[in-house]
Design a protein around this ligand. Structure first.
Ligand code: ASP
Length: 442
């Protein structure tokens, strides 16, 4: 049974304002870009104040409350085991499917092939400059290269079992906070009668936070306008043309295909119902993800709309969505596979089938390891490239430089907006699927 709410007049007004903010943001941004109006940091700061900060402020307490109450409400350990494994199973499979789709698209459309040596050289030089333009980012990427695949695993496992959940919360690392909240939820369930007041108190706090989120939603159209206008004004839609244009079209096309076709099909097959309608119902989360490029910052909105408008059970939503915001990134996995294969194609390296499998697997790992913040995927892309470089070195072939990532930096923020939207959409489809296993009590 669906408990999706019918759109209220408030909801309708919010939708109109949201789409108006979005379209106006693109139009004003492009106008500023074309007319060479300097787009100062002001736009980003204002967007942050109106949208990002209020959402970010809520994220950590929300994760603790929703995961702990979600787990406590499921209670039975064997049921929890089933739901936990189904959630992780769904997330990993959907990311592998996304990365495979990306690899197939690059093999078929060959976005990096067919350029003259002079064009290749010019772009590689420009890419190197773009890579080094941001010294901190370049340093993080180079550090990622020396960390390698083993280091990536170590860092993921290390953040799942942190020394202090408070330190993780302060640093904005939600994986550690989730691990703590799962333990707290298990304890709340196991303590039975003695923990009843604590469970009721946490439920009450969660309900209160949900009200706060609804207030924040009213700020969204303005924040969204400011963000989108700032990004488009700085980059301009024309950045997606030229030599990287083909890459841009392939990655965007694959992301949209995954989001509009594959994910809804998975949702329909495993969760039932009409997932295209669900997509429309949860539009506020998708639009927030698009404008903020952050799954973490979008989490409050995702939780609100998935259970209320999306008709997914609160039990499933409260557990599945926060976990998904941190580890489930279909859009990022797909993008990392496309970007890595594109760069090797650009350098004229012939990859074997085995190399492509390495790309798909490491793109999934890199997506799991990416934080739900803007550009995180760009940084973890290093893991994928390094893994293939290691395989090439084993066969005595020349590696490509990490600075090659600079080639796609110019369009990355635009790609980030769409891949984050698909990341969040994947979490919502996950909640839909798990609702079958964890429905709310009638
Ligand atoms: N911005 C993405 C997210 O928050 C991560 C990425 O850069 O791919 O989901």
């Amino acid at each position: 049974m669906s408990n999706a709410a019918a759109p209220s007049s408030h909801g309708r007004l919010q939708t109109i304002l949201l789409f108006a903010g979005l379209l106006l943001g693109v139009a004003v941004g492009q106008w500023m870009h074309v007319n060479e109006v300097s787009v100062g940091a002001w736009w980003n700061t204002a967007g942050e104040m109106f949208l990002l900060r209020p959402l970010q402020m809520i994220v950590v307490p929300l994760v603790v409350l929703s995961v702990a109450t979600g787990i406590a409400s499921i209670g039975d350990p064997s049921r929890l085991g089933l739901i936990g494994s189904a959630t992780i199973g769904f997330y990993v499979s959907s990311m592998l499917i996304a990365a495979t789709l990306g690899a197939i698209c690059v093999a078929y459309f060959q976005p990096g092939a067919g350029w003259s040596p002079a064009e290749v050289e010019a772009l590689v030089r420009q890419g190197g400059e773009a890579f080094n333009a941001d010294a901190t980012r370049a340093q993080r990427m180079t550090a990622g290269e020396s960390m390698g695949l083993g280091g990536a695993w170590q860092s993921i496992i290390g953040s799942i079992l942190p020394k202090s959940p408070l330190a993780e919360a302060a640093a904005g690392n939600t994986i550690g906070v989730i691990a703590f909240s799962i333990l707290l939820g298990l304890g709340l369930a196991a303590a039975g009668e003695a923990a009843r007041p604590a469970r009721a108190a946490l439920d009450g706090f969660l309900a209160a936070l949900m009200v706060v989120i609804r207030w924040v939603l009213w700020l969204m159209p303005l924040g969204l306008f400011l963000f989108v206008a700032g990004v488009v004004g700085k980059i301009g839609l024309g950045a997606a043309s030229g030599p990287v244009g083909k890459y841009f079209v392939v990655v965007m096309g694959a992301l949209l295909f995954h989001g509009f076709v594959l994910l809804p099909l998975m949702g329909v097959l495993l969760g039932g119902g009409n997932c295209w309608k669900l997509m429309w119902r949860v539009r506020r989360a998708l639009v927030t993800a698009f404008s903020t490029s952050s799954s973490n910052a979008t989490l409050p909105v995702t939780l609100e709309v998935t259970a209320n408008e999306g008709g997914c059970s609160k039990r499933a939503t409260n557990f599945v969505v926060p976990v998904g915001a941190t580890i489930n990134m279909d859009g990022t996995a797909l993008y990392e596979a496309v970007a890595a294969l594109f760069l090797f194609q650009w350098f004229g390296v012939d990859l074997t089938f085995g190399d492509t499998v390495i790309v798909v697997m490491t793109a999934t790992l890199a997506a799991i390891g990416a934080a739900g913040i803007p550009s995180a995927g760009l940084v973890t892309l290093v893991i994928v490239i390094t893994a293939v470089n290691t395989s090439l070195a084993g066969r005595g072939l020349e590696a490509i430089p990490i600075s090659a990532i600079g080639i796609i930096i110019g369009v990355d923020r635009l790609v980030d907006m769409v891949r984050t939207t698909m990341n969040v959409w994947g979490d919502i489809v996950g909640a839909k699927v798990i609702t079958r296993l964890a429905p709310d009590e009638a």
